[in-house]
Design a protein around this ligand. Structure first.
Ligand code: PMP
Length: 411
């Protein structure tokens, strides 16, 4: 087993059975964490325990198993509220993930608040998940979109913010941490400037939650969406945090069981939030797995996780910079634990396929940020993204593989 990346940071790899395997005859190096993280035994066992002991539908049953499942599901909601510093569990809506959280807000909030002629402000670095739902909402409501430009160093043009916020801007939606550049946006400052003008703020926290401490009240946002699967929890579960005052004004977005108070043949009345926004049987096991993941991550400490990611990224960045024909995207300092780059000698897809034959999992392509790729005039990039179970030895091994790749492709 490789040694820890720094003497002060423990090795957690034994908790991740999947990491112990060989791929194409080489030890697996999993550097695709921005796409999805691996799951520790503690989370897998929480799922098994739930299905072996407590499985039942929530909220509707008066029998023992249903009460146990309901208690565990609602405890997970309270756990999620604590994890991000929400004022109340009622501010936590369980979703399928970040994408569903954006779509929920884009439908429910915009149905009530967006008028013809209004503007939604986003940025030039959004994941398609935090762009397309707002485009659809703008089309439905005859509103329009504006975008905060991205500067050459991969940061937002903060000087342009005040003029972009001027006018009929109703909502500002932006990514907390860019999945393509690694930029950590100054969320607190941006939200403060929007709030001073009465503009609602929506944060896409897909790459931030579970990777750095997140405090929604400290940030001062109205919405914060994230996915469990990028932070050690199962796929299919996520959270949309919404400030209670904002939540209470939103109409339902999906109808069905669980979200109603009473139903007549022609009309219905609805429960208070968050139940109003959770129609149908939820992902009960997913929520329980998410709570287990939050316990696990808090047990390590988000500051320590972030510091380890920064150390790995510095090492990767320094090594990558020495490769001929490389172009690294995003800011050098104060960045998320990922490195995105192009190499003159190889298309990202060819490079990622080459890496795969050495057991190295990278990702190549536009990373669901096509406007950003166009902005930087690249067809796509190769991306190595790290998590706390990755090691310096793995980073060094990646650098060795990429040096071989440069020779192979004739750089
Ligand atoms: N936003 C960002 C910044 C992301 O990185 C991702 C996932 N790649 C998403 C949104 C979408 O997340 P999900 O697919 O889990 O809904």
């Amino acid at each position: 087993m490789p040694a820890p990346a720094s003497p002060s940071f423990p090795d957690f790899r034994a908790d991740f059975p999947i990491l112990g395997q060989q791929v194409h005859g080489h030890p697996l190096i999993y550097f695709d964490n921005a796409a999805t993280s691996q799951k520790p035994r503690q989370v897998i066992e929480a799922l098994i325990r739930y299905y072996e002991r407590d499985n039942a539908n929530v909220h509707r049953g008066l029998h023992e198993l249903s009460m146990r499942a309901t208690d565990a599901f609602e405890a997970a909601r309270a756990r999620a509220a604590r994890f991000i510093g929400a004022a109340s569990p009622d501010e936590i809506i369980f979703t399928r993930g970040t994408t569903e959280g954006v779509n929920l807000a884009a439908q429910a909030w915009c149905a009530r608040h967006l008028q013809p002629g209004d503007v939604i402000l986003t940025t030039g670095m959004e994941h398609h998940s935090n762009l397309v739902p707002w485009q659809l909402a703008a089309q439905r409501n005859r509103a329009s979109l504006r975008h905060i430009p991205v500067l050459d160093d991969g940061t937002l043009d903060m000087d342009a913010l005040d003029s972009l916020l001027d006018g009929p801007v109703r909502l500002l939606a932006f990514v907390h941490v860019s999945n393509s550049l690694g930029t950590i946006n100054p969320a607190r400052e941006i939200c403060a400037r929007a709030r001073a003008l009465g503009i609602t703020t929506f944060l896409d926290g897909a790459q931030a939650a579970g990777h750095m401490p997140v405090d929604v009240r400290g940030i001062g946002c109205d919405f914060y969406a994230f996915s469990g699967h990028k932070m050690c929890a199962p796929t299919g579960i996520g959270v949309l945090y919404t400030r209670l005052e904002v939540l209470e004004e939103m109409p339902p977005w999906q109808g069905g069981g669980e979200m109603i108070l009473s139903v007549a043949l022609d009309s219905s009345t609805y429960k208070a939030p968050p139940a109003r926004f959770e129609a149908g049987t939820p992902d009960i096991a997913g929520a329980i797995g998410l709570a287990a993941a939050m316990d696990y991550l808090d047990g390590i400490g988000l500051e320590a996780i972030q510091a380890h990611g920064e150390a790995l990224t510095r090492r990767a960045w320094d090594g990558l910079s020495a490769l001929p024909g490389i172009r690294l995207l995003g800011p050098r300092q104060s960045r998320a634990p990922l490195a995105a780059f192009t190499l003159d000698c190889a298309h990202p897809h060819d490079l990622v396929e080459y890496a795969n034959t050495r057991g190295l999992a990278l990702r190549g392509g536009h990373h669901c940020t096509q406007p950003l790729m166009r902005r930087f005039k690249v067809p796509g990039t190769s991306r190595a993204s790290f998590y706390f179970y990755n090691t310096e030895q793995e980073v060094d091994a990646m650098l060795g593989i990429l040096r071989q790749a440069v020779e192979f492709f004739g750089g």
